[in-house]
Every structure is written in structure tokens, then in C-alpha cells.
Design a protein around this ligand. Structure first.
Ligand code: NI
Length: 174
């Protein structure tokens, strides 16, 4: 079921989400189905449970052919319960991000270029990956939601934050 996505300003987006106590679990399965339906309906690259008002540490992401994110490498469909991120090295890279909770806007956000992440799949098996680039960015963005952080708080230069149509023009300027 497609659920309404909370928008920036809703205090529920600022809360620290709770770990999921039991995996697998029928209720968790329903939550994940709703998250995937909602993410796909809105062409999102990812979604975190707090964005649909559920304060649990669950994120989903998938980047295939996405009209909102052209020119990025594909990221496999991943459902992560109780994720943990460890940065690899100190390299930060800046790239443009958007968020279904901040509709119509884009900002240039510094993130770790390489990370290691772990979490549980919905069947309880362990997921462990080392990734870089856009995949690493998506995971960091989604996991930030679990700690009540929206990407505008990560922007280092607020002159690089604005409406999508204007930013598209800015990005074409060398
Ligand atoms: Ni987001």
C-alpha cells in the first residue's frame, strides 16, 4: 500500500528510530511492502521507515532506471533492517541529493566516498557490503533518516541548495 510521505517540518522526521526487535516478522513484512510500494510510486531512490511515520530502523533503496536520477550507476534493491555504517577512509565527495520528504529541492551534500555497511535482510540473514560512489551515498542518506537527520542539515554551502529546475540549470554550467 502506498503511504503518505512526511515532509520536512514534521517532528516525526527528527526522531531517532528504534531498532527492530524481531526478524523475520509478519508486521515487519507489511511495513517493507508499503515502503517499497511508496518508494516506487514516487520514483524515489530510497525510503526510510520514519518517512512514512514508522519509528523503526528500516531502510529500502534501489536505483535502476530512475527518471529522478539519470547518469548514476545502478544500485541493487536492498532492504536493510537495523543497519550500521562504518566509513572506509576519510575521503568525502560532494554530489546532489534530493529526498521525498523535501520535495522539489536539491542540495550538494558531502558524504563518505567509501563505506562498509551491515544489516539484516527481511528473512533475518545478514547483509554485509563495502561500496562506493552513489551506492554509498544512498545508504548514508537513508540511514541518516533513522537518526532524525535530513540532508539539508549536511549541506556545507547553502548557495548549493535550491529548487530542482533551477539546480538543473546550474549543473549544466561548467
Ligand atoms: Ni530522504
Amino acid at each position: 500500500m502506498i503511504r503518505p510521505v512526511l515532509r520536512m517540518g514534521d517532528p516525526r522526521l527528527l526522531r531517532v528510530a528504534e531498532p527492530v526487535a524481531r526478524v523475520p516478522d509478519a508486521e515487519l513484512g507489511e511495513l517493507i511492502t508499503d515502503m517499497l510500494d511508496t518508494m516506487r510510486a514516487l520514483d524515489g531512490a530510497g525510503l526510510a521507515a520514519p518517512q512514512i511515520g514508522v519509528g523503526l530502523r528500516v531502510v529500502v533503496f534501489e536505483v535502476g532506471h530512475n527518471p529522478r536520477y539519470l547518469q548514476v550507476e545502478p544500485v541493487p534493491l536492498t532492504i536493510l533492517v537495523n543497519p550500521e555504517i562504518t566509513p572506509i577512509g576519510d575521503d568525502l565527495v560532494e554530489d546532489w541529493e534530493g529526498c521525498l520528504s523535501v520535495p522539489g529541492l536539491r542540495g550538494l551534500v558531502p558524504r563518505h566516498d567509501r563505506i562498509h555497511y551491515t544489516g539484516l535482510a527481511p528473512d533475518g540473514s545478514r547483509i554485509e557490503r563495502s561500496v562506493a560512489g552513489f551506492h554509498a551515498r544512498v545508504v548514508q542518506h537513508e540511514c541518516d533518516h533513522l537518526d532524525g537527520v535530513l540532508y539539508p542539515r549536511r549541506i556545507s554551502d547553502l548557495t548549493r541548495f535550491g529548487f530542482e529546475a533551477e539546480i538543473a540549470r546550474l549543473r549544466q554550467t561548467p
